[in-house]
Design a protein around this ligand. Sequence first.
Ligand SMILES: [Zn+2]
Length: 298
Amino acid sequence: MTLNPTRPPRHPNGVLDVSTTPAALQPTAPRSDWWSPEVGAGLLSAVLGVGAVLLFGALGWPGGPYDCAEHGTCFCEAPRAGWIRQPVNTWTNLAPIALALVVGARGAWWKKERARRGQPSRALDLLGLLFPATLAFQGWGSMFFHASLKGWGHAIDALSMFAIAGLLAGTNLLRLGLVTPQKLIGGWIGVMALGLLVGLSSSDAVSALVFALFLTILGTEVRAASRGLTVDSRFFRLGLGFHVTGIAVWFLSLVEGQPLCAPDSWLQGHGLWHLTAGLAIAGFTEHAQRNVDQARRG
Ligand SMILES: [Zn+2]
């Protein structure tokens, strides 16, 4: 039988025969897959991470305290007795963890879309697994700090921020053709090691270095757009909007005396920052996958 490219074959009952239709002619885009390895990667990261937080909480959080006064702030919420020292600032990190599952479902969708187009890519499949796992890490990494208020908890929080920002910056370098997938992974591991070292030794430098990574993402994004590699920037602009809003909330809730800081309240501005940060990263990862794929189409 020969395929007529303008008339996809049909079963005798009139239903479109997708099994024998060329991929490009298949009428429907793939559906998001909530039971995929990508969602599983986010879920596994979340279960292991939150499980570790609860385990160390049950053990009484060994190790030296994080000196909030010396470092300027512990993000407003008054410490409480028990396993979870800052409950609002801790549990609001379930937002990025939930968003990691959405990011996983989107990663599964993009993988199917690549297969449908006949452009499979093991490197992009790997990114589809790393994005949800790392966004979940952003959530439980922050839980380690806010639940424990320990110095080493702060280092894990720093590591998680370096992990997600480093992965996004590396993905942009990949889009620009400046690194291979192997170098992306090697550089990403290096950035995370740096994040852990800085978090353990000089916690005051964490915010500045994470901001530098953010500027790298922004700069490489502008470069990609100027080279015509950005076909669709909607999700980047959406993520940027959440991020800028989140930074404003972060500053306005930083210490007592700021308008959004009420230490004993169950409404914490810093908790809102956790939500906006998760939404921003979800937007940036969708943008990255959308445009890595779209750049390969041309
Ligand atoms: Zn936080």
